[in-house]
Design a protein around this ligand. Structure first.
Ligand SMILES: *[C@@H]1O[C@H](CO)[C@@H](O)[C@H](O)[C@H]1NC(C)=O
Ligand SMILES: *[C@@H]1O[C@H](CO)[C@@H](O)[C@H](O)[C@H]1NC(C)=O
Ligand SMILES: *[C@@H]1O[C@H](CO)[C@@H](O)[C@H](O)[C@H]1NC(C)=O
Ligand SMILES: *[C@@H]1O[C@H](CO)[C@@H](O)[C@H](O)[C@H]1NC(C)=O
Ligand SMILES: *[C@@H]1O[C@H](CO)[C@@H](O)[C@H](O)[C@H]1NC(C)=O
Length: 424
C-alpha cells in the first residue's frame, strides 16, 4: 500500500475568528493521506458562508424517494463488533487507524444507522462480491473517495483476499475469487486541474469544461463508477472555462469572485456528461451499460479551541434533531442531487446508464465522534499534551461510520440487481 499524504490546513476567517486568530500561531496543519511521495500541498478549507435556511425536500429530492429512504434516521447503540479491525485488514492507513494510534474511547465503533422507514442490513461481503462478479468498479475523487474504498476493501477482505496493484495514478484491488476489480483514481476536481502546491502556486487551477482524462479515458472498462469529491473546491482557485478565466475563489486577483458552488456544479456536470458521451449509444463494453453513483458531500466537524486549530472531541453521535443539515453541507448536497437528476434526463435517450445518489451527508453530519482527530498520529499525547495538536476532523476512522456508507451502497446495488432481474 502506498502511504500517500496530502496536507490540509484548516483556516477560519475573520468572520468566524476574531483578531485572536492573528495573535496565535497558525492553526493546526492536518496531514492527510495521498501522494506524499510526490508532493505535499497545503490547502486551506474555508468554512465561512452565510448560513442558508434549512431545506425542505425539493421535487427533485422527492423523485429519489425509494422504498426506504436510508438518509433519514438515527444512530443507535449496537454491541456488535465491526466486521474488521487492524489485525484482520492490512489496508487501514495509519492516519485512519484510530485504535492502533491509541485512541482511548472506542465507543464510536458501537453505533448502527437506523433508517426511519426500515432496517439497514449489515454489510454482506459475499453479496457485494457476487454483485460485482466479472466486473470492474472504480472510485473517482479525493481522499474521501479513498476513505470509502479503503473501508470497502476491508469489508470485502473478510471473505476474499484481493491482490493490490498500482497503476499510473490509480490503485487496483483484484478479487480472483470473483474476477472482480475495484480501483480508485485520484481526481479531486473530477475535471482537469492542478492542485495547490507547497512549491508553486498556492491555489488550484481548474478547467471546468475538461474532464480529467486520467479516469475518463478508462471509462470503457468500467461497469460502475463512484464519484466522491468536494473538499478541494474550497481551496483558493482560479477557474477556466472555454480556455479563458471564468473567475476565482478566495484570491486577490482581479477576476470575478465566483465562490465555489458554481465551479463545483460545473465540474460535476462535465464529469457526468463525459460518462454519458463515453457510454451512451452502447458505444462500449458490448451492450452492457454503466452504473454511476455520486456519494454526497461529507461534512467536517472542527469545533472549539480555534486558536489551536479546532478539534473534534465529541465522543457520541448527535441526536437527529440536534444537528440540522444547513449551509455549505446542504448546498453542496443539493447541487449533487440536481446534477444527477439532469444527467438522468440527458442519458434517458441512450438507455444503459443508471445514476444513483449515495446520500450520506446527514448521517455523516451526525457523527462528530467518528474522525481520527488527534489520533491521526500514533499516540499523540505520549509525551504530554503538545502545544499544537494536529487534528483530522475530515476523514473517518476505520472501522467507523464510513462503513455505513458502504452498507447503503450495497443496498443500492441490490436494488439495481432486482430491477435488472425483473426486466429479464
Ligand atoms: C479483530 O477481529 C478478529 C476477528 O473478528 C478478532 O478475533 C480479534 O480479537 C480482533 N482484534 C482486535 C484487536 O480487536
Ligand atoms: C481484473 O484485473 C485482472 C488483473 O489485472 C484481469 O486479469 C481481469 O481480467 C480483470 N477483470 C475484470 C472483470 O475487469
Ligand atoms: C442499446 O442497447 C440496448 C440493449 O441491447 C438496445 O435495446 C438499444 O436499442 C440500444 N440503443 C442504441 C442507441 O443502440
Ligand atoms: C446517440 O443517439 C442519439 C439518439 O439516437 C443521437 O441523437 C446521437 O447523435 C447519438 N450520438 C452518438 C455519439 O452517436
Ligand atoms: C467514552 O464515550 C462515551 C460516550 O460514547 C462516554 O459515556 C464515556 O464517558 C467516554 N469514556 C471516556 C473514558 O472518555
Amino acid at each position: 500500500m502506498m502511504t500517500n499524504t496530502y496536507t490540509l490546513k484548516y483556516k477560519f476567517t475573520k468572520n468566524i475568528i476574531p483578531s485572536i486568530f492573528y495573535i496565535f500561531p497558525p492553526i493546526a496543519l492536518i496531514c492527510l493521506y495521498f501522494y506524499s511521495h510526490s508532493f505535499a500541498p497545503f490547502f486551506t478549507l474555508i468554512t465561512h458562508y452565510s448560513p442558508l435556511p434549512a431545506s425542505t425536500p425539493t421535487e427533485i429530492e422527492k423523485a429519489y424517494e425509494k422504498t426506504c429512504d436510508y438518509s433519514i434516521g438515527k444512530w443507535v447503540h449496537d454491541k456488535r463488533e465491526p466486521l474488521y479491525n487492524a489485525t484482520t485488514c492490512s489496508n487501514i492507513k495509519q492516519s485512519l487507524n484510530c485504535i492502533s494510534n491509541g485512541r482511548p474511547n472506542t465507543t464510536y465503533q458501537y453505533w448502527r444507522w437506523k433508517p426511519s422507514e426500515c432496517n439497514l442490513p449489515m454489510f454482506k461481503p459475499n453479496t457485494f462480491l457476487n454483485l460485482i462478479k466479472n466486473k470492474q468498479i472504480a472510485f473517482v475523487g479525493d481522499s474521501l473517495a479513498r476513505n470509502q474504498i479503503d473501508s470497502l476493501i476491508c469489508l470485502l477482505s473478510t471473505t476474499s483476499t484481493p491482490q493490490g496493484s498500482q497503476h499510473k495514478g490509480s490503485t487496483k484491488w483484484y478479487f480472483p475469487s470473483h474476477n472482480a476489480n475495484v480501483s480508485i483514481y485520484w481526481s479531486p476536481f473530477l475535471v482537469k486541474g492542478e492542485q495547490r502546491k507547497n512549491k508553486g502556486p498556492n491555489y488550484n487551477t481548474i478547467f471546468l469544461d475538461h474532464v480529467n482524462e486520467k479516469w475518463a479515458n478508462d471509462i470503457n472498462e468500467m461497469d460502475l463508477v463512484v464519484l466522491s469529491f468536494g473538499h478541494w473546491f474550497m481551496v483558493p482557485s482560479i477557474y477556466y472555462e472555454g480556455d479563458s478565466v471564468l473567475g476565482s475563489h478566495d484570491l486577490k486577483f482581479n477576476y470575478p469572485k465566483i465562490g465555489f458552488y458554481v465551479p463545483f456544479r460545473k465540474a460535476l456536470r462535465t464529469a457526468l456528461n463525459s460518462i454519458i458521451d463515453g457510454r451512451g449509444n452502447n458505444s462500449s463494453k458490448g451492450n452492457n451499460g454503466i452504473d454511476v453513483i455520486v456519494t454526497t458531500y461529507s461534512p467536517t466537524h472542527f469545533e472549539g479551541d480555534w486558536d489551536k486549530g479546532g478539534t473534534c472531541s465529541k465522543s457520541e453521535p448527535y441526536e437527529n434533531e440536534e444537528k440540522k443539515l444547513e449551509g455549505m453541507d446542504d448546498e453542496l448536497r443539493k447541487i449533487e442531487f440536481e446534477e444527477v437528476e439532469n444527467a438522468k434526463v440527458k442519458a434517458k435517450e441512450f438507455g444503459g446508464i443508471r445514476f444513483e445518489i449515495l446520500d450520506i451527508t446527514k448521517l455523516a453530519l451526525l457523527r462528530p465522534d467518528g474522525h481520527p482527530g488527534a489520533y491521526m498520529n500514533p499516540f499523540p499525547f505520549a509525551k504530554g499534551v503538545p502545544k499544537h495538536v494536529q487534528n483530522d476532523c475530515v476523514h473517518w476512522c476505520l472501522p467507523g461510520p464510513i462503513d455505513t456508507w458502504n452498507e447503503v451502497f450495497l443496498e443500492t446495488m441490490k436494488k439495481w440487481d432486482q430491477r435488472s432481474q425483473k426486466e429479464k
